[in-house]
Structure formats: structure tokens, C-alpha cells
Design a protein around this ligand. Structure first.
Ligand SMILES: C[S@@+](CC[C@H](N)C(=O)[O-])C[C@H]1O[C@@H](n2cnc3c(N)ncnc32)[C@H](O)[C@@H]1O
Length: 299
């Protein structure tokens, strides 16, 4: 059995300084299953103190106020129950932008930055491209595209009214409300008939239902089921998108969908058998895993 390092509380007459709290919290979170206990401790303490993480290092010997200690106790307790740090501090960085997140939205993942890069590549050179972001959640994909290509007009939809509220907040925060229209919609249901998009993109739920319970507790117990559950084989929502998307695409427009690496082969077959798509390819993420399905709509 591995021995856990023991960090004892300071003697009663020694103050709880930044350093001591970081050491104690790191040790505690390690025992409670965190893979990144020191990083978690730093982010939570910086949040409780209302400072930058770097400032913890320049203020190592400062004692914490009672109010900060009380807040830190609560945060550490929640983190010990595997609540994700992003939910505890209410934000997560994605594509170098800070997004508000709550338990109503999936926490944006670095993997999904590949989808954003593919969308930006797909609209490059178009004068006023229209992009549809299906399954927008926090709005991180649509908003990152809007911030990085000022010519793009985006429509972002989600089935969850709570997620839509967060996406609105994030669009406000990043000043893109004039170019990102956000709608509550079951995929294409609320998209007006006759609308046409240059790029139809999305990061839909794609985890097979039976596999959700086997994921890390942070995901299975805390992230919204609606954001994860892709039905029996994980492809229920993706199949619906593949079937409906051609009606809403300009000729030669692009379909870009994120998926989990194991689904690559099945997805290529699905698209090929559909008959409405050309130039089918799979893009890899920064870790070189298959991650985004790319195809052109037949004209
Ligand atoms: C994997 S999350 C992606 C969130 C965000 N785009 C991201 O990449 O972080 C999937 C999202 O799809 C939404 N969703 C699930 N079924 C949907 C449907 N039928 N129509 C629209 N959105 C749906 C969920 O509410 C969730 O916000």
C-alpha cells in the first residue's frame, strides 16, 4: 500500500498561511481521488482569496482571514466529493477565453478546440459565412469562432433551457451577441425552414448510455446527463444530425462533428452510406487521436 504523505495542521498558535493551506489541501485532495491535487488547491485558494494563482507564490506567508478559511473549507469539502473544480469556481478557460460554467453545462474540453480550429479553417476566405453550432452548451464553440473570425454569423442551439441561459451569459461576456444568435432547439427543430449554413458543426452527446457510469466520478456524477448520453451506441444524436443537416446546408458546405476516437470507423461508414456527403475525412486532435468528422454536403 502506498503511504500518503501526512501534513498535520499547524500548532494552534501558528497561523494558517497560504503555504500551509496549500500543503494541507493538496494532501487532503490527493487522499480523496484528485489526479491534480496541487493544481486544484491553488485554483480553489486563488478563487477564495480573489487573487491570481501567481500571487499565491508571492504571498506564501500571508495568513488567511476567517472568511477565506471558511470559504476554502466549503470548497475543499465539495472537491473531496469529486465535484469538478470548474463548477466550484464557476469558470473554465477554452480557446484562451474564460467561460462561465455551472452544473447545467458540460465543462469545455481542450479536445473540442480542434472542432473550433476546423470551423475557422472552413470559413476562411468566405465573406460573410453562416455557421450553425448544434449542441452549444456553454456556447464555447460558437463564441470562440465569433471572437476569432469577425465576419462570421453564428446560430447556436441547445435542447437545455438552462444551458441556453449560460450560453447567453457567455455571449454577453465576450461581446458577441450581435453575431451569435442563441436558441433553445431540439437540433434543427427551431431553425427556420429555408435557412442555409456554410458550416454545420457540433459537439453532440456521444457516450454510449451504459458507459456513463464507468466514467470518472467528476463526469458521471456531476456533468449533465443530457450533455453526455448518446443512446445505446453513442450515435443517436449524431445519426439525427447526419440525416437532417443536408436540408440546412449550402451546396458544398461543410459538416464538422466531434466524436470519441473509437467511433471513427463507424462514422465514416455512416456518412459514406448516407450518399449526401463527399470528401469525408477524420481530423485528429492535439493528442493525435481521431476527433472531428469533416465532410462536404453534395450539391
Ligand atoms: C457534449 S455537450 C457540448 C457542449 C459544448 N458545445 C462543448 O463543446 O463544451 C452536448 C450538448 O448537447 C445538448 N443536447 C443534447 N441533446 C440535444 C438535442 N437533441 N438538441 C440540441 N442540443 C442537445 C446538451 O444539452 C449539451 O449541452
Amino acid at each position: 500500500m502506498t503511504q500518503q504523505p501526512v501534513v498535520s495542521p499547524p500548532p494552534a498558535d501558528e497561523p494558517w498561511t497560504v503555504r500551509r493551506v496549500l500543503e494541507w489541501t493538496t494532501s487532503h485532495l490527493k487522499k480523496h481521488g484528485s489526479d491534480t491535487p496541487r493544481l486544484d488547491a491553488e485554483i480553489l485558494l486563488a478563487h477564495a482569496r480573489g487573487c491570481q494563482r501567481i500571487q499565491l507564490y508571492t504571498q506564501f506567508d500571508e495568513p488567511l482571514s476567517d472568511a477565506v478559511r471558511a470559504q476554502m473549507r466549503e470548497l475543499v469539502q465539495r472537491r473531496s466529493k469529486r465535484e469538478p473544480v470548474a463548477y466550484l469556481v464557476g469558470q473554465r478557460e477554452f480557446f484562451s477565453l474564460s467561460f462561465r460554467v455551472t452544473r447545467d453545462v458540460l465543462i469545455p474540453r481542450p479536445d473540442t478546440e480542434t472542432l473550433v480550429m476546423e470551423i475557422l479553417d472552413g470559413v476562411k476566405g468566405l465573406s460573410a459565412p453562416k455557421v450553425l453550432d448544434l449542441c452549444t452548451g456553454s456556447g464555447c464553440v460558437a463564441i470562440s469562432v465569433a471572437k476569432n473570425n469577425k465576419a462570421t454569423q453564428l446560430t447556436a442551439v441547445d435542447l437545455s433551457a438552462e444551458a441556453i441561459a449560460i450560453a447567453h451569459e457567455n455571449a454577453d461576456r465576450h461581446h458577441v451577441t450581435d453575431r451569435v444568435e442563441i436558441r433553445e432547439s431540439d437540433l434543427f427543430a427551431a431553425i427556420p425552414v429555408g435557412s442555409k449554413f456554410d458550416v454545420i458543426a457540433g459537439n453532440p452527446p456521444y457516450i454510449p448510455s451504459a458507459e456513463i457510469e464507468q466514467l470518472d466520478a467528476e463526469v458521471s456524477q456531476h456533468e449533465p446527463r443530457m450533455a453526455l448520453d448518446g443512446g445505446a451506441d453513442g450515435l443517436t444524436v449524431i445519426r439525427r444530425i447526419i440525416d437532417a443537416a443536408p436540408t440546412f446546408a449550402v451546396p458544398n458546405g461543410l459538416l464538422l462533428l466531434e466524436f470519441t476516437p473509437e467511433q471513427a470507423g463507424t462514422l465514416e461508414t455512416l456518412l459514406t452510406d448516407h450518399g449526401g456527403y463527399d470528401e469525408i475525412s477524420i481530423r485528429k486532435d492535439l493528442a493525435h487521436r481521431p476527433r472531428v468528422l469533416r465532410a462536404r454536403f453534395r450539391s
